[in-house]
Write a protein that binds this ligand. Structure first.
Ligand code: SME
Length: 152
């Protein structure tokens, strides 16, 4: 499915008002994992209350032990403090990386902003090397903006 078609599917999913926010976020994870070949683990992390740590939210893919990630640790924890997208073409080349599965070769994390505050992120792992392009970044920014509207 093209990013353009996926964008309309995202808009439909976020507007399912009978579903809880978490159900809608899970549906987004399922949509992305099922339709984009290089997305093999798709999940959301959110700031855990007033703690400087991330807590795992809805996700699709192998269960992970990393349900809590301190700010600054791993790719996710770095995005929590940098407020910027982090595209990792080769996870083996990263020093500050938390491995969830040996099959993962690349990762992309895009932050979610509500009223200018970085409140969480979408995290995607890929079993393919160097799979992410600027098109992924723009698409995931769109997804994060729609999720931000749900959470604001
Ligand atoms: N690899 C991430 C940890 C989360 S898992 O990918 C699900 C990181 O380095 O922050």
């Amino acid at each position: 499915m093209t990013f353009s078609k996926l964008k309309s599917e995202i808009l439909a999913l976020v507007s399912h008002e009978r579903l809880s926010i978490d159900e809608r976020l899970l549906n987004i994870c399922e949509l992305l994992e099922a339709n984009i070949e290089h997305y093999n683990w798709v999940g959301f992390y959110f700031k855990n209350g007033d703690k400087n740590e991330l807590k795992l939210g809805p996700y699709v893919g192998e269960p992970t032990d990393h349900t809590i990630i301190p700010f600054g640790k791993g790719i996710c924890g770095q995005v929590a403090v940098s407020n910027e997208n982090f595209v990792v073409p080769d996870v083996a080349a990263q020093d500050n990386y938390i491995a969830c599965s040996i099959t993962v070769k690349a990762e992309i994390v895009v932050p979610i902003f509500v009223n200018g505050e970085n409140i969480g992120q979408i995290d995607i792992d890929s079993n393919t090397s160097n799979p992410f392009t600027e098109a992924d970044e723009r698409f995931l920014e769109f997804v994060c903006e729609e999720v931000a509207k749900l959470l604001s």
